[in-house]
Design a binder for this molecule. Structure first.
Ligand SMILES: [Zn+2]
Length: 153
């Protein structure tokens, strides 16, 4: 597996951490993290395992050419952030979630706008109908609408 350290940055920024803060939390040197993020140095697998655990992402997220799946998003802290932003309203059709989960959370699903980035800015919370519509029709208008609404870049 070829490791891509530049993928650390979106995760770190997604959590609102500086390089120094991340370094303190995972007990690594800030200069090493900076070099990984700029692609000047490749992190060893041992480092990637620590970071994957810290960010609650699959270790394969750091593999080059790896595409992020809905399941991986659902299991990461990103989903919490995305659902909090949507607050029970589908970000595509703007209607309420179809039902409430047994834990009291409105039921919405995640739709990934950018395959290679795990960041709340690139994931939309949509109702199951809209998720199917996005997957089946792949209307450029829907995708542009979501990108304008969610992505800061
Ligand atoms: Zn919807």
């Amino acid at each position: 597996m070829k490791i891509d350290g530049t993928r650390i940055k979106p995760l770190r920024e997604g959590m609102g951490l500086t390089i120094q803060q991340l370094a303190d939390k995972v007990d690594l040197s800030p200069s090493a993290i900076g070099m990984y993020e700029r692609g000047q140095r490749t992190p060893k697998l041992k480092i990637i395992l620590i970071l994957a655990e810290f960010f609650s992402v699959d270790v394969n997220y750091f593999a080059m050419g790896f595409t992020v799946s809905h399941e991986q998003i659902e299991n990461s802290y990103i989903a919490t952030e995305v659902f909090k932003r949507a607050s029970g309203i589908c970000e595509l059709c703007n209607t309420m979630a179809p039902f409430i989960r047994s834990n009291g959370q409105p039921y919405l699903e995640t739709y990934i706008l950018k395959d290679h980035s795990i960041s709340a800015e690139h994931v939309a919370a949509v109702c199951p109908n809209c998720l199917k519509k996005l997957e089946v029709l792949q209307l450029p208008g829907d995708i542009i609408y979501l990108k304008n609404k969610i992505c800061k870049n």
